[in-house]
Design a binder for this molecule. Structure first.
Ligand code: AHR
Length: 324
């Protein structure tokens, strides 16, 4: 009697469970992750460095199956703001931004935050009152780069130099910080003076034009060293120096920043003395960050890239494995 009661209870429970789960699979299907859609607002194509950065981000997106919406602002902040607004309207999953200048980003970054779209800054930082407006900044320490260049030049010249400075785009983080780091380093050497300093927009043609005007104003003996905020401007300056009948790398010591292939070629030719590396291959780190931010993970506010300095005697070997 007791065992038949027990059996009918087990049967009833079985029937109940079967009814509850009727039509449902035993184990739920895993939710398929949809490929990300990411907007990338790039400054422009002013330098070999910038082209390498764009390629790194495009290649990495393709490798990960990310749909990339790419916008080239041709050096204009207004175009970058418009691109960001368009990405927000398109409801992208994340935005990668390489900001042309440091200021003026608060309103559009607030719009992205309201739309719950994380913004990953690459290569250049922004000045905002509220750091939660961006997820992270993946970049080099530009002050340190400037400092490395200044210390190297002090050593090379024995602490005595009449320097002309070719600055990057006015208002851009690398222009501000590379100037600061360099000034800090040479301030320890009273006989090192910056005799002229001007914006060369990170472009080779503009670098050449500015160097021509420096040579015209100061004469051949008025300049003993060039500090260029990037390699492209240094390569332009080299042309101007040669056209003025001087030997770049000998009559005038030249140091710049980026370490692109063209700089290594110029060092092999003895025309450029040194270059400080600034890594443009930020694609992998940018998409790692974007994927984490989309999942709601908190990222460090600054993901620093390691840089080093290359001199002429290292150029022939280093160029063999140079990716950009
Ligand atoms: O922000 C990085 C700088 O921008 C690079 O040094 C320069 O070449 C570029 O255009």
């Amino acid at each position: 009697m007791r065992s038949s009661l027990l059996m009918s209870m087990v049967a009833a429970a079985g029937a109940f469970v079967a009814t509850c789960f009727a039509g449902q699979p035993a184990t739920p299907e895993p939710v398929k992750a949809r490929p990300l859609v990411v907007g990338f607002s790039q400054v422009g194509a002013e330098s070999a460095w910038r082209t390498a950065e764009t390629k790194s981000i495009k290649d990495e997106a393709a490798k990960r199956g990310v749909t990339l919406r790419f916008s080239d602002a041709q050096g204009r902040q207004a175009a970058q703001v418009n691109a960001l607004r368009s990405f927000i309207t398109q409801k992208v999953d994340a935005i990668i931004l390489a900001p042309v200048v440091e200021t003026g980003w608060e309103p559009v970054l607030r719009e992205a935050k309201q739309a719950k779209i994380p913004v990953i800054l690459v290569d250049r930082g922004v000045k905002v009152g509220d750091e939660s407006l961006y997820a992270t900044l993946i970049a080099s320490d530009f002050v340190e780069e400037g400092r490395m260049a200044g210390e190297w030049l002090a050593q090379k010249t024995g602490g005595k130099a009449k320097i002309v400075e070719l600055q990057g785009t006015t208002g851009a983080a690398p222009a501000i910080d590379r100037q600061k780091g360099f000034a800090e380093a040479i301030s320890k050497h009273p006989e090192m003076k910056i005799v002229r300093s001007q914006d060369g927009r990170f472009e080779r043609a503009k670098g050449k034009e500015v160097m021509q005007s420096f040579l015209k104003a100061l004469g051949k003996d008025g300049i003993t060293a060039v500090y260029a905020h990037n390699d492209d401007m240094a390569l332009g300056a080299i042309q101007a120096i040669e056209e003025a009948g001087l030997k770049p790398g000998q009559d005038i010591v030249i140091i710049s920043i980026d370490a692109v292939k063209g700089a290594f070629e110029a060092m092999i030719d003895g025309k450029l003395n040194a270059t400080v590396e600034c890594n443009p291959l930020l694609g992998p780190a940018a998409f790692d960050a974007a994927e984490k931010a989309v999942k709601g993970e908190t990222l460090p506010k600054f993901i620093k890239q390691q840089d080093r300095l290359f001199e002429q005697h290292e150029a022939a070997e280093a160029i063999k494995t140079r990716e950009y």
